[in-house]
Design a protein around this ligand. Structure first.
Ligand code: NAP
Length: 240
């Protein structure tokens, strides 16, 4: 018997890995809520979905804004009664050495990549706990595990999110909740300057590859907890 589509909320779904995830989950028959700050990008995603006879719901949401996150969570829970999978994908970086990083840039990176995960996860976790199941997938970065110069604020935000989510996992695993940390190496997306995409693009992972792997790992039986996924380009890291 066909199962009900799962309700999958993806943050930062207008471009890059989030967009690829939205398309892949929709192809697999899930109900995607694609969220992001820029309506035009979400419209473009919807058009791409329509070309494949797929649909998704969209929501304008800034993960740094508590009211915006709460509003989206309430809407999706009212409409569908649950969120099965939250993919914390929205993220930003500045490729700057530590001494060239401004306070505003530091705050922007940390409020998006760390505080944003706190807000989105907290907005759906109580409903997941009530239903006894649910999954939170965090698109972190291999920068949380390795040392990349020019990425101190970014690496700190991702390592902070990793530690926070490891604690959350320990707190909620007995309630049936899965917390998965994903650590991609370089992926060919707009987070990279076009010049770097052009020069190193061949060596980078395609966003579709990451999306496929994430979708696969969220299709495992409830009895399995995949805690971490590391995905790196075959040819190794990039130092741009
Ligand atoms: P991307 O194309 O720039 O995607 C990031 C998305 O996040 C954008 O669609 C952006 O859209 C959204 N976003 C940014 N700030 C936001 C906010 N405050 N609220 C909501 N959405 C926001 O880059 P990407 O590579 O796909 O990045 C996706 C995730 O993968 C990030 O967490 C990134 O750190 C991680 N990652 C990327 C790589 C890589 O090499 N590409 C490697 C490891 C990890 P709007 O500006 O329209 O909101």
């Amino acid at each position: 018997m066909p199962r009900d589509p799962r309700i999958v909320w993806i943050t930062g779904a207008g471009t890059g890995i989030g967009r690829a995830l939205a398309l892949e989950y929709a192809r697999r028959g899930e109900m995607v809520l694609a969220a992001g700050r820029t309506p035009g990008r979400l419209d473009d995603l919807r058009r791409s979905m329509a070309d494949e006879r797929l649909t998704c719901e969209t929501a304008v949401c800034d993960v740094r804004d508590e009211a915006s996150v709460r509003h989206v969570a309430e809407e999706v829970l009212n409409r569908h009664g649950r969120v099965d999978v939250l993919v914390n994908n929205a993220g930003v970086t500045y490729f700057r050495d530590f001494l060239d990083t401004t306070t505003e840039q530091f705050d922007h990176v940390v409020s998006t990549n760390l505080r944003g995960l706190f807000l989105t996860t907290r907005s759906v976790l109580p409903a997941m706990i009530r239903s006894g199941r649910g999954m939170v997938v965090n698109i972190l970065s291999f920068a949380a595990k390795a040392v990349y110069t020019g990425s101190s604020a970014y690496a700190a935000s991702k390592a902070g999110a990793e530690t926070m989510m490891n604690v959350v996992r320990a707190e909620v695993r007995e309630k049936g909740i899965h917390i998965v940390n994903v650590y991609p190496g370089a992926v060919r997306t707009p987070i990279w300057h076009p010049k770097h995409q052009q020069r190193y693009g061949e060596r980078m992972l395609a966003p579709e590859v990451v999306a496929n792997a994430v979708c696969d790992l969220t299709m495992q039986p409830d009895s399995v907890m995949i805690e971490e996924l590391i995905l790196r380009p075959q040819m190794g890291d990039l130092q741009v």
